[in-house]
Design a protein around this ligand. Structure first.
Ligand code: THU
Length: 157
């Protein structure tokens, strides 16, 4: 079910606005599609990311993974939520932008490190339609660290 910007908590509004600001930093000469992501860390810091494309298209990095890599390099691996927003060069999105399959898998990893079901806030460009979901809902019946006998608790930061 979709909700409106006004229905968000103050913290969720802050996170989505941070994602919106990050969206403008996308390096996107090929798709001209702008994506902004903002992670809320367990200690309430906001870490943003945007998509970075490459002439070898497959080497492109999505906004969500850019934010996670940035957070990891800043020594942070525990998150509570992530907000996502996107726009085209000459169009606004009519439906919310949801994370791609590869980003869902990476978000799952960090959700498990965090020992919390990561909240995923997805918005249209104009923030008139917003969906709040979670990584377990976006990636059910998943493959994770425990499937290969690995305990990642010790990697919390
Ligand atoms: N993209 C993201 O950054 N996140 C998503 O969830 C969907 C796709 C980027 C990758 C590429 O730069 C552009 O959007 C078009 O696929």
């Amino acid at each position: 079910k979709t909700i409106k910007f006004k229905d968000l908590t103050t913290e969720q509004k802050r996170l989505l606005k941070a994602a919106e600001k990050a969206m403008s930093t996308a390096y996107n000469p090929y798709s001209k599609f702008f994506v902004g992501a903002a992670l809320l860390t367990r200690d309430n810091k906001i870490i943003t990311g945007s998509n970075v494309e490459n002439a070898a298209y497959g080497s492109t990095i999505c906004a969500e993974r850019a934010a996670i890599l940035r957070a990891n390099a800043l020594g942070k691996r525990c998150f509570k939520s992530i907000a996502l927003i996107a726009k085209g060069e000459d169009f606004n999105t009519k439906e919310v932008t949801a994370p791609c399959g590869s980003c869902r898998q990476v978000l799952l990893e960090f959700s498990q490190i965090s020992e919390t079901d990561l909240t995923v806030i997805m918005s249209t460009t104009k923030k008139d339609k917003i969906i709040i979901s979670s990584i377990s809902e976006l990636l059910p019946l998943n493959f994770g660290p425990k499937d290969i006998g690995i305990d990642i608790k010790h990697y919390q930061k």
